[in-house]
Design a protein around this ligand. Structure first.
Ligand code: ZN
Length: 120
């Protein structure tokens, strides 16, 4: 897989970093028909939620311009970070990592967001 290509001067990279900072609020969703997994990421105006994977996004930036949008960049960053963490854990078998630090509050927030999307 090609490495992430980012530059500090690219506004999409700056936006992607903002999105990554809020990744705890992304929805982790699975398509019921295909089983495909994707993120639900809120638009910057909060009016819509985009379906985002490493390779695709339902936002206008991706749909109209065909570019790698900030959502896809952010999803790739989070995926690579998660893979790096898993790799580190695999190399330290004698010190099992604690359970994922997802709190009950996080779960409640995700459930609330999912409910909001269903009601749109
Ligand atoms: Zn997008």
């Amino acid at each position: 897989m090609a490495p992430l290509a980012t530059t500090a001067h690219d506004p999409r990279t700056a936006k992607a970093l903002q999105l990554v900072a809020g990744a705890g609020q992304w929805l982790r969703l699975t398509d019921r028909e295909t089983g495909a997994r994707f993120y639900g990421i809120r638009s910057s105006d909060g009016q819509r939620t985009y379906r985002v994977t490493r390779d695709g996004c339902s936002c206008p930036d991706r749909g109209h311009r065909g570019v790698v949008c900030c959502h896809m960049l952010a999803a790739r960053m989070v995926c690579e970070a998660a893979a790096a963490v898993e790799g580190n854990q695999a190399r330290q078998p004698r010190r099992p990592a604690p359970a994922a630090p997802k709190s009950a509050a996080d779960e409640a927030r995700l459930a609330k967001l999912a409910a909001m999307i269903r009601n749109e």
